[in-house]
Every structure is written in C-alpha cells, then in structure tokens.
Design a protein around this ligand. Structure first.
Ligand code: PGA
Length: 242
C-alpha cells in the first residue's frame, strides 16, 4: 500500500480549507492500493471531515495525548479524535520532538493508545544533519524504531523524514533515500513490523516525487509545504497512483 498525507502543520484558515476540500472533492480519484489523507490542525478536523464528505481522503491529527481522558489542560485524546471521525494520527513528527520535547518513551504510549482507539499511527522518524554528519544516523533511527519493540505488533505506518530536508527545499538524494529506506525496512522486520509502509518526507514536491516513489521501500509521502496547495497535493496522489 502507498499512502500520501498532507501535513498542514499550523497553516491555513477556514477559507483556505474550504477551497482545499472542495478541490479534493472534485479532483480526487481514488485508486486501489493508494491512500490519501490530510493531517489538519485539531480545530479544523471536524470541518475538514464534513467538507471532504465521502470522497475518500482520510483524516489525520498531527499529535495526541496518550491518556484517554483526564486533567491534561490543552491536550486532545485519541478517544476524542476517534469520536469526531479521525482515521489516524501523526506521532513523533520532528517538530514535536525538537520543539516540544516529544520522547520515544511517550511515543510507546501514544502508538499503543492510537491502536486501542482504532486510529492508524504514523510514526515519524529522522535524523538531524548533525547526527548524519557525525555518523550517528543509523543509531538514531534504530533507537526511534525501538519504540516498536515495546508497542508490540499492530497497524502502523512509518514516515522517514530527514530533519535537514523538512521545509528547507533540500530534498534527500535518491541514493540517500534508498539507503535509509532499506535500513528502516530491515529494522522494522527485526522489530516484528515487516511490511509496514514507509513514507518519505522532506521537501517533497510534484517535481521530485515521481522519482522518489520509485525507490525501493518507499511507500508514499508525508508532505508539508507542497501539500498546502490542493493542485500539488492532488498531483502527488496521482504520482503515487501511476
Ligand atoms: P515539508 O514538510 O514537505 O514542508 O518539507 C514535511 C513534513 O514535515 O512532514
């Protein structure tokens, strides 16, 4: 299975979202073997759900808390996401890890909680440039994937996003993507998650995606900047479907 997800991050307002969803409803042509999704800010999730209607584009949140309910001011639970019709949730995005202190220990609980509530967890992993240049890349990725040893088996998507390629316009080379995706596939197998779809993310655009999607073990994309433009998002889905 391939899966293309638009990660809107903290972007777009109601009027943009209305236009985006309308473009999806008229332009999205589902094809077997390829899923499409939008990871919207919490406050717009219900709106996006209603505006997308039954067009087939799935709904993702960008994070969630691991507890089902309780005194956690400002947090949103997986139960609440499920309640409003979410299909999945991004977990451990590099911005969550680096700006908001997300930890692998928390991610174990979040992956479990997502599965308990019937949400597809998209576990994001990736090394910083410093880690790559310092020869620590594989150790970092191995540690991030070790989360899966503790979660056990279950539904899962992994997104490999080199931190230095996110929002920088600097996309990883096909060779770099090939090397890391092969490694991630192997690690997933070692952790009992063989066959998990592995998305690539980091400055993906319609200009580079057709080539990236052909790399072995690349099963789609997690896309920020380019996926703020509906025409580009739809084009990326078509490229995954080709
Ligand atoms: P980008 O973001 O496509 O803007 O690089 C990707 C992501 O952070 O998921």
């Amino acid at each position: 299975m391939r899966i293309v997800i638009a990660n809107w991050k903290m972007n777009l307002l109601s009027k943009d979202i209305e236009a985006f969803c309308a473009a999806c409803v008229s332009g999205y042509k589902p094809k077997a073997g390829v899923e499409a999704g939008i990871a919207a800010p919490y406050i717009y999730l219900k709106d996006v759900k209603a505006k997308l209607g039954p067009c087939g584009v799935k709904l993702y949140a960008q994070n969630a808390h691991f507890e089902a309910k309780g005194a956690f001011t400002g947090e949103i639970s997986m139960a609440q996401l499920k309640d409003i019709g979410c299909d999945g949730v991004l977990l451990g995005h590099s911005e969550r890890r680096h700006i908001f202190g997300e930890t692998n220990a928390n991610l174990v609980k979040k992956v479990k909680a997502a599965r308990e509530h019937g949400l597809m967890p998209v576990l994001c992993i990736g090394e910083t440039l410093e880690e790559r240049d310092g020869g620590k890349m594989f150790d970092v990725l191995r540690e991030q994937l070790a989360v899966l040893k503790e979660t056990g088996a279950g539904p899962l998507v992994v997104a490999y996003e080199p931190v230095w390629a996110i929002g920088t316009g600097r996309v990883a080379t096909v060779e770099q993507i090939r090397e890391v995706h092969a490694f991630v596939a192997e690690e997933l197998a070692r952790n009992g998650a063989a066959g998990t779809p592995i998305q690539y993310g980091g400055s993906v655009t319609p200009d580079n995606f057709a080539e990236i999607i052909q790399v072995p073990h690349v099963a789609g994309g997690l896309v920020g900047g380019a996926a703020l433009v509906p025409e580009k998002f739809l084009k990326l889905i078509e490229q995954a479907q080709a």
